[in-house]
Every structure is written in structure tokens, then in C-alpha cells.
Design a protein around this ligand. Structure first.
Ligand code: LMR
Length: 399
């Protein structure tokens, strides 16, 4: 079985981290993987998480299995974050949530569910999208297609091209959208564009699948789900794959959720049973620890307030690094696009496309020990006041 097994290529994001770890140069900088670092370059456990964990450990009486879909309290907390406390969808019982291992787990369960219900359905993804999207849906046996999204010349969403592409997607297909902080470009839809898109998706009979991995990293916890909520008002059925890796810094706890908004409350039980079937044959039931931390924080007013403050600080630091990169590049006379560098200030979240070519990315790594994803995606959350001069000198040297 194994003697002739061919080696697979390394993952474009995790493979880069492996190469980074193996690099002996002491001043190396990893602007690749989407992990938040503080001003000291650390990825700390949030104070609210530490506190919730202590409480939860103290009160924990058993490590028996959770239900296949996780706890009800976790599901309720997720739904309120996504749809809002006073959501009509929650009140009318048109929604279900399963606790999944990370957002990736949610994507895979969604893929398995879609493949089982409708094997011919295609999943349409923005060009570009997160490298793992194609892989996850291919592993579930679904075909993926691309729709136009990003204008690489002007470093912004090409909304007309996007609408034109969506108009051509056959009824019943799935359209994958990034809820906020588009990965890898940082170029998000405006609230008006979400509304226009929502109407079009409804008219075309398309099923939106929203990947929401960065809630709270763009504008704010509530503003970042405006688009999603506009979509859910217009379109009867919506899938949401969300993650708490980033906004709770619970990366290695693998805490995410698959939430499905159904057209009617009557459909919910059957959908839940199918979701459970997919989960049972994949990982059986979710790991408890991370979900318990999230639930404890969201259900406790003081912990929640503390967490929201920590989240705001992470967001503000990323925004400050965006500004600092722009001024530092401007000072060196480096222009990442023909229109200058200000486009980086109109984008959201950890990432932007820097415009660096594959050759420039390779030189950054070889000559300067600075690791950037091959597409030129950079992570602002890995930049600090201290490493910025070196990052910008290196960029200046390679462009
Ligand atoms: C990223 O895009 O770097 C993160 O979402 C981490 C991952 O799983 O790829």
C-alpha cells in the first residue's frame, strides 16, 4: 500500500509555517499563516479565555461525550452572534447549529451534506479564495467553479464583474461568500453591495454558503455580520460556516460551527438528522473544551465585555499596522500598485494582497528570511513596530 505512495505537495499556508520553523535565521519573520500576534510577536491566550477556562475546569464533572451536534447552549450562543439577539429566524425556529471542529470542520460537513443531497451541485468560489476551500469541497466530492471577484489592477472588489458572473450561475448551485475580511484579499463587499447581491441570489435560486472566520476583525462584532444578516433576510436558505479560532484566539482548540438557516421551521428536524449523520461518520461528535470556553464567555456579561475589549484591541492593532506599513513604504518611495499604497487602508482584517509577485515573494524568503504566501498575501497581524522597518526595507529591496 505505502511503498509506491506519491508524496503530496505541502499545504500553501501550513507548509510555509513548517519551512519557517526549520529556518535557522534568528531574525526570520512569518507573514504567512493567519494567526494574530501582539506587539511582542506572541499569540497569547486571551484573559477572558483564561478566566472562563478556570471556571469551567472547576465546575467540570465529566468528560463524557457531547451530543453529535454539540450542546444546545453553544448552538444558541453561536446563533445570537451570527443573526442577532432579536432575530426573527431564531424566534421562528428556522435555524440549526452544530458545533464543529473549527470552521474547516463546518465547511467539510456542509460539503458532505450538499454532496449527499445533490451530488451535481457545484460550489462557486471567488477568484481568488482561501487555498483550502477548493480542497475541502473536492474532498467532499463536489466540483468547484470560480466567479470574478477581485480587480488586481485597482485592488478592490470588481462588483460589476461579480454580479455578471453570479447571473450566469445555474439555479441550485452554491455560492461561497466570505462574511467579512475576505481571505486572501481583504477586499469586502459594502453593505449596499451585500443587499444587491442578496436579491440576485434569491432571484437566481442560488444557495449562499458564508464562510465567517473573522467576525470582529473588520469593523466590529455586529457590523461584521451586517452582510450575512441582509442575506438571511432576503434568501430563504443560507449555510454559515463560522470559526472562533481568530476572534477568541482559540486556534488549536478547533472551535467552529455549522449553522443552517432553513426556509421553514418544519424542515429543521430532517436537516439536523442529516447533519448528524455526516458528523457521526466523520468525527463522531465535537471536542468539548473550546466550545465550553466560548459558551462560558458569551453567557457571562462581565467575561463577554472583557472579551469584546480584547477583540477590539486586536482589531485596532491590525489597523494600526496597516497604517504603519503604508507610511513606512511611502517613506521609502515603494509603491505596491500604480495608485500607491492607500488601497491597503480600504481593506479589512489580517490579510491583503500586497501585489508582490511570486519571484519577489521567493526573494523575500531567500534573501531576507521573510515568509509571505506565494500569492503575495501578507498578514498584518504578524507585523509589529519593531519588525516593520525590516519588513519594509526588504520589500523595498525586492520590488
Ligand atoms: C489562513 O488563511 O492563514 C488561516 O485561515 C489558517 C489556515 O487554516 O489556513
Amino acid at each position: 500500500m505505502f511503498e509506491t505512495m506519491p508524496a503530496a505537495s505541502p499545504d500553501p499556508i501550513f507548509g510555509l509555517s513548517e519551512a519557517f520553523r526549520a529556518d535557522p535565521r534568528p531574525d526570520k519573520i512569518n507573514l504567512g499563516i493567519g494567526v494574530y500576534r501582539d506587539e511582542q510577536g506572541r499569540t497569547p491566550v486571551l484573559a477572558a479565555v483564561k478566566e472562563a477556562e478556570a471556571r469551567f475546569l472547576d465546575e467540570q464533572t465529566s468528560m463524557s461525550y457531547l451530543a453529535i451536534e454539540g450542546t444546545e447552549s453553544y448552538g444558541r450562543a453561536v446563533q445570537a452572534l451570527l443573526l442577532g439577539d432579536s432575530s426573527e429566524i431564531i424566534a421562528s425556529g428556522r435555524v440549526l447549529t452544530a458545533h464543529t471542529p473549527g470552521g474547516t470542520g463546518a465547511l467539510r460537513v456542509a460539503g458532505d451534506l450538499l454532496r449527499n443531497q445533490c451530488p451535481e451541485t457545484r460550489v462557486w468560489m471567488s477568484e481568488p479564495t482561501w487555498a483550502n476551500h477548493h480542497q475541502v469541497f473536492a474532498a467532499a466530492g463536489l466540483t468547484s467553479r470560480k466567479y470574478a471577484y477581485f480587480d488586481r489592477q485597482r485592488n478592490r472588489v470588481d462588483f460589476e464583474a461579480m454580479l455578471e458572473a453570479v447571473e450566469g450561475i445555474p439555479q441550485g448551485d452554491v455560492v461561497l461568500l466570505h462574511g467579512c475580511c475576505h481571505n486572501p484579499t481583504g477586499a469586502d463587499l459594502t453593505p449596499d453591495q451585500w443587499r444587491i447581491l442578496a436579491r440576485l441570489l434569491k432571484e437566481q435560486g442560488l444557495l449562499p454558503l458564508v464562510d465567517l472566520a473573522y467576525q470582529g476583525f473588520a469593523i466590529g462584532l455586529e457590523a461584521d455580520v451586517d452582510g450575512l444578516q441582509a442575506l438571511c433576510k432576503e434568501v430563504p436558505e443560507v449555510i454559515v460556516c463560522s470559526s472562533f479560532s481568530k476572534n477568541f484566539a482559540l486556534y488549536n482548540e478547533r472551535v467552529g460551527a455549522l449553522t443552517i438557516v432553513a426556509g421553514t421551521a418544519d424542515a429543521v428536524d430532517a436537516i439536523t438528522s442529516q447533519v448528524k449523520l455526516r458528523i457521526r461518520s466523520t468525527y463522531s461528535n465535537p471536542p468539548a473544551h473550546g466550545g465550553a470556553i466560548v459558551t462560558t464567555i458569551l453567557e457571562d456579561e462581565a467575561l463577554r465585555r472583557g472579551w469584546q475589549e480584547e477583540l477590539s484591541r486586536m482589531r485596532q492593532r491590525i489597523q494600526a499596522m496597516r497604517r504603519l506599513l503604508v507610511t513606512s513604504l511611502d517613506e521609502r518611495g515603494v509603491r505596491l500598485s500604480s495608485e500607491g499604497n492607500d488601497f491597503l487602508l480600504r481593506q479589512y482584517g489580517m490579510f491583503s494582497f500586497s501585489g508582490l509577485t511570486e519571484q519577489q515573494v521567493a526573494r523575500l524568503r531567500e534573501d531576507h528570511a521573510i515568509y509571505v504566501v506565494g500569492s503575495g498575501r501578507v498578514n498584518f497581524a504578524a507585523m509589529t513596530q519593531e519588525n516593520m522597518p525590516r519588513v519594509c526595507d526588504a520589500i523595498a529591496a525586492v520590488v
